[in-house]
Ligand binder design. Structure first.
Ligand code: ADP
Ligand code: ADP
Length: 228
């Protein structure tokens, strides 16, 4: 069952520029963990930009639930597809503001559960005002900010979660915890991760290998190693 599909997608950042995608066709399953792997410049981030409607394809079609993207509103798409960048900016405000600004109805339990999933619950409890501690100044480190951004995505139980090297800066224990969270989301929704190396996405259910704007191979980690 496919939630998102690319058909012959060509994308270019400027008229006359080299295409960033040269005709990509692939399907992303409604549940499970899909990884997009490839070197810098392969077109991975461009695929995310298309999924989030920051960029329109020059030709080809993207569909969500089988319906072409141009028939969805941008709001619909961005409600269903949640993106955690490598360095997601936080909003000015408290820890709570950062966890709730896209999920205004979230209850206290859901906030702590998300913080626990990124192993920040103890840390936030120890802050002077807990969830209501302002994030200005040096209250949290860069790595903690990254984990707050991830926790914010987890609060909403996203249907489609896009992660850009989201575990690259985490220590081993936190990385393991985040993998557990990814598995949780992937049991009911789609998690799509971007990575440079195959070795960081061993546990993905399906991997697409991008190179020079094209999808060159697809399979599990095991299948891709065998075909090498
Ligand atoms: P990704 O493939 O995940 O987008 P990159 O390896 O392309 O990551 O980029 C890693 C970092 O290096 C990013 O902060 C990016 O802005 C920077 N970077 C990438 N390419 C260049 C370049 N040609 N010149 C300067 N900085 C670059
Ligand atoms: P990846 O995420 O795999 O590193 P990108 O999707 O960022 O690759 O880049 C694919 C191609 O598009 C590269 O040639 C890159 O230089 C180009 N590109 C990416 N972002 C922009 C941009 N904002 N403006 C112009 N060209 C871009």
């Amino acid at each position: 069952d496919t939630v998102l599909s690319f058909r012959d997608v060509v994308a270019r950042y400027a008229p006359g520029a080299e295409p960033a995608l040269r005709g990509v066709s692939l399907d992303i399953a409604r549940t499970g963990h899909t990884a997009i792997v490839g070197p810098s410049g392969a077109g991975k981030t461009t695929m995310f930009s298309l999924m989030l409607r920051f960029l329109q394809p020059e030709s080809g079609t993207l569909t969500l639930d089988g319906v072409p993207f141009d028939q969805w509103s941008v709001d619909d798409v961005r409600r269903r597809i949640v993106y955690v960048e490598q360095d997601t900016p936080l909003v000015p405000g408290t820890v709570r503001d950062n966890l709730t600004y896209t999920h205004t109805g979230a209850g206290e339990d859901a906030l702590w559960a998300a913080l626990r999933e990124v192993r920040l619950d103890e840390r936030v409890r120890s802050l002077p005002q807990g969830l209501d501690t302002p994030l200005s100044g040096a209250t949290v480190s860069g790595g903690e900010r990254q984990r707050i951004a991830l926790a914010r995505a987890l609060v909403g139980d996203p249907e489609i979660l896009l992660l850009d090297e989201a575990t690259a800066q985490l220590d081993g224990l936190t990385e393991a915890a985040v993998h557990t969270a990814i598995d949780r989301i992937a049991s009911t929704g789609a998690v799509v991760t971007i990575a440079h190396r195959l070795s960081t996405v061993i546990d993905a259910d399906r991997i697409f290998v991008m190179e020079d704007g094209l999808c060159r191979a697809a399979g599990t980690h095991h299948e891709l190693l065998e075909s090498d």
